[in-house]
Write a protein that binds this ligand. Structure first.
Ligand SMILES: [Zn+2]
Length: 489
């Protein structure tokens, strides 16, 4: 296999890798106190860098979250408030009119070459030299031309008896042209391939790698990998559980898509753990390649989840909708051997909005000309100084639902019961909820009625936050409007 060559030259900018594992929540990682070891390679990466113990997503769905991770702006500011087909023309138009830029666009002015392995497409692909899925990026050989071959190979792979056999089979079929756009073996292979082919003249590289192993369905995993985490037991079948879901459409989606191939509710979290383990193993191989090529030392590597995952919350599967702690608390590890300290575990709120200003800061790039909602978290990293007093999040699955965390309290607020209704129709959520996160880390016990003073204060500050963001959005639109001349409206 052709080796990677060293990318950056001494004195040049650091390479930047953002690796996002979709729906990876913090609580199932040893780094965040989970009792089972699901991610030995991420643990190692974290020992060589910094871990943010109180890292939060800004929303509960992929499209708005990715736009935030790469722009440094909250969904309310950049305008992408929903996911997939629910993203309207108006959302994208706000994104454009606010002059929102994505990290590769900001880095292009500083000599970076940018790549992404991702399939979200649409506005996400702005600013990259190459953006695509493994099947678009990898050369199509024999298997790519045979329609049913892929599904046969996928079945063969899932029957692999051991890790070594799985990896060897994957390598063999990859050489014949097999790829799976959702799974980390293909995604990291495509990323390495891009690095081998696309590096130019020692220019620094930015790369986004978006992996879906940890997003439902978890039905591709070989049996030996599931066995590592699932010791049997079946208290309730997924059909019985789905019977509690009131919305028939969502019930169908849960059974036919999210939990496809899973028989028991007790199997869901172990399978999620196995999916983390699967991603983590490929992450380890990728990082080893960077080390062997001498790239690791000159790079900043970020690993996070775009949002978490409820899995089975209160006895019902609801995926990653809602502003619950299981959804908002994401892992965030940043490793940069030549820039950052090693082995720091940092307390103090940070959000995905903070990534762009922090990465630009670490790369020594003046970002004062581009307005973000986030903050550069270097004072937290180097001096343990808190950088933000609040966490703010907006739901993509309810019409108007917001969360504000300050200190130990979390307010979840909707202007009316109608605005609070989630699309799953699973359980009633009050328009106003207050949680004490020190005592109730899983935000189950609503204290809103018993603590009206705290609710009133936090509601006030949430309204201030929202109006400040709306004002900012308007001023960004006015600012990026062409001043004069030009045709059209
Ligand atoms: Zn996602």
């Amino acid at each position: 296999m052709k080796r990677l060559s060293k990318l950056g030259k001494p004195g040049s900018k650091p390479n930047i890798f953002i690796i996002v594992s979709d729906a990876l929540r913090a609580r199932n990682l040893r780094l965040y106190g989970y009792e089972t070891s699901t991610s030995p390679n991420l643990d190692r990466l974290a020992r060589e860098g910094v871990v943010f113990l109180d890292a939060y997503a800004t929303t509960d769905q992929t499209d708005p979250s990715f736009t935030t991770i790469l722009s440094g702006r909250y969904p309310v500011t950049h305008g992408i408030l929903r996911h997939g087909p629910e993203v309207t023309h108006e959302h994208v138009s706000t994104f454009v009119k606010t002059g929102t830029k994505l990290l590769p666009e900001l880095l292009a002015k500083h000599g970076y070459v940018s790549f992404a392995v991702d399939w979200l497409d649409r506005w996400h692909k702005r600013g990259y030299h190459v953006y695509g899925t493994p099947s678009a990026l990898m050369p199509r050989r024999i298997l790519g031309r045979i329609g049913r071959a892929k599904s046969v190979v996928t079945r063969l792979l899932s029957a692999a008896p051991s890790w070594g056999a799985y990896r060897s089979l994957y390598r063999f079929f990859s050489r014949l042209g097999y790829s799976n756009d959702r799974l980390s073996p293909s995604i990291f292979d495509a990323a390495l391939n891009l690095l081998r082919r696309g590096v130019r003249d020692g220019k620094p590289v930015f790369m986004l790698i978006h992996v879906w192993d940890t997003h439902t369905p978890f039905n591709y995993l070989p049996a030996f990998m599931v066995k590592k985490f699932y010791r049997g037991g079946c208290g309730e079948t997924v059909e019985e559980m789905a019977g509690k879901i009131k919305n028939p459409e969502w019930r169908r989606v849960v059974l036919e898509y999210h939990l496809r191939g899973i028989r028991c509710v007790d199997e869901i979290e172990p399978r999620y753990n196995a999916a983390i383990y699967h991603f983590d193993a490929m992450l380890g191989l990728f990082i080893d390649e960077l080390r062997d090529a001498g790239i690791y030392e000159d790079s900043i590597i970020v690993v996070t989840g775009d949002h978490g995952e409820n899995l089975v919350r209160n006895g019902v599967f609801i995926g990653h909708g809602g502003l619950f702690q299981r959804v908002l608390r994401v892992p965030l590890v940043i490793t940069a051997p030549s820039i950052l300290p090693e082995g720091k575990r940092l307390r103090g709120y940070v959000q995905h909005t903070d990534l762009v200003p922090t990465l630009l800061g670490l790369a020594g790039i003046d970002s004062s000309g581009y307005i973000v909602d986030g903050v550069d978290v270097e004072p937290l990293i180097f001096d343990s100084r808190p950088v933000r007093g609040q966490v703010f999040a907006v739901s993509s699955t309810a019409p108007k639902r917001y969360a504000l965390i300050e200190g130990r309290y979390k307010l979840v607020y909707s202007p009316s019961p109608r605005d609070a209704a989630d699309k799953y129709g699973i359980w009633y959520q009050a328009p106003v909820e207050l949680y004490d996160l020190e005592r109730d880390g899983d935000d189950v016990h609503n204290l809103a009625e018993s603590m009206p003073d705290i609710v009133r204060d936090m509601e006030e500050r949430l309204r201030e936050k929202l109006s400040a963001l709306h004002r900012k959005r308007v001023s960004l639109i006015l600012k990026s409007r062409p001043r004069r001349g030009g045709r059209g409206r």
